[in-house]
Design a protein around this ligand. Structure first.
Ligand code: GDP
Length: 367
């Protein structure tokens, strides 16, 4: 095999096959004496970070490297897909470095959601998962909400040291960093890229005022994300674009809701109750009788029950049943990456189905 050259910017090994992965450069660039990957090229010429992804093994290598550096780690998660966008094991690698947890896409939450409750929930979850962040903040990188506060917090917590931004693919890390670049440099200033000192960590360096730098790491593909089971053409249905509009269903025990063919919600036992569905506004919800639900799914998935459509339904892992006995009124049943259903009343038994690998869990309502 011919050994491929490295990018003179970030040090990634150049490849010409996959645009979304690290080190991509068009084949024509191989003829040049010095080669720069597309991600570094865009940063250099347009002051813009482009998303790239990495395999798990490569990420472990980067995480290992982080432990050897000193600085602030900014971990970005998708508020809508908290579990799907968590980086398991990060806390074992960060060493003594402080971690600032930033939850993105806050613009998607319905207005009725209380931000304080969201932050408390995030703090509890982080702790349960072994991470003790110095702070938890909510932002919308897309709309710019909360960004000034985060930039201020980064300045305060980094203590004159470097900043490393980490996150799964799709959490909005690139959008976030592009915001910071714009705030830090204004228009037109050229940003440089360079090798990470000593090692090849495939990070992109954005210089900060005092000689320190902010580093963008590649996004990690988390295989449990619902998004990976859908074709790009169908992703738009599950990823909310706008603030979610809650839909209320008055259900009797023995009724079932289907969310496309992606999830199923059985009301198994309890008095007539209200369930409020929080998913992307365009996702079709289908109501049926529990006793007919299995047959309906078998016959109509990919058609009446979609997305995914017929073409992609076979790629979707089988739905797995998770039963919960809900003791408290206002409990959310969360389908990671898809949304959640709030049980408004106490003492109900429900069963939530999601594709194998996608997490389903309950939490006190955020509203
Ligand atoms: P990366 O893979 O983490 O670098 O993510 P990107 O920055 O490419 O964003 C992934 C997707 O999330 C894109 O479709 C963005 O438009 C969207 N996105 C990013 N930030 C936000 C946000 O604050 N709110 C919403 N609603 N969408 C966002």
């Amino acid at each position: 095999m011919v050994e491929m050259p490295q990018c003179i910017g970030c040090g990634a090994v150049i490849q010409t096959e996959n645009k979304d992965e690290l080190g991509y450069a068009p084949a024509s660039s191989l003829e040049k004496e010095t080669i720069i990957c597309q991600r570094c090229f865009r940063l250099k010429n347009y002051n813009e970070i482009q998303p790239v992804s990495l395999t798990d093994d490569d990420f472990l290598r980067i995480l290992n490297g982080l432990g050897e550096q000193q600085g602030l780690i900014v971990k970005i998660v998708d508020i809508f897909d908290f579990n799907g966008s968590w980086l398991p094991g990060l806390h074992r690698f960060v060493g003594k470095n402080p971690v600032l947890l930033v939850a993105n896409k806050v613009d998607l939450l319905p207005k009725s959601v209380k931000e304080k409750k969201v932050i408390n929930w995030l703090k509890r979850e982080a702790k349960a998962l072994g991470l003790k962040p110095v702070d938890v903040m909510l932002v919308s990188a897309h709309k710019g909400r909360g960004m000034a506060e985060v930039v201020e917090a980064i300045e305060a917590y980094r203590n004159g040291k470097d900043v490393f931004v980490v996150g799964c693919t799709n959490v909005g890390k690139s959008t976030f960093i592009n915001r910071i670049i714009k705030q830090a440099t204004g228009e037109g200033e050229v940003i440089t890229t360079s090798h990470f000192p000593g090692t090849t960590l495939d990070m992109i360096e954005i210089p900060l005022d005092d000689g320190s730098a902010l580093y963008d790491t590649p996004g990690i593909i988390n295989h449990h994300q619902m998004a990976h089971y859908l074709d790009a053409s169908e992703l738009k249905y599950i990823m909310p674009k706008k603030e979610i509009k809650p839909k209320v269903y008055q259900q009797n025990a023995g009724q079932t809701l289907f969310i496309g063919a992606l999830a199923r919600f059985d009301f198994v036992q309890g008095e007539r109750s209200a369930f409020t569905v929080h998913v992307a506004n365009d996702l079709p919800i289908h109501r049926t009788k529990l006793e007919k639900a299995d047959a309906l799914y078998a016959e109509h998935k990919g058609e009446l029950l979609a997305p995914p459509s017929k073409e992609f339904i076979e790629q979707l892992p089988e739905l797995v049943r998770h039963e919960f006995s809900i003791k408290e009124a206002k409990t959310d049943i969360v389908f990671s990456g898809l949304g959640w259903i709030t049980a408004q009343h106490a003492n109900v038994v429900i069963a939530a189905y999601a594709p194998k690998g996608v997490q389903v869990f309950i939490r006190p309502s955020l509203i």
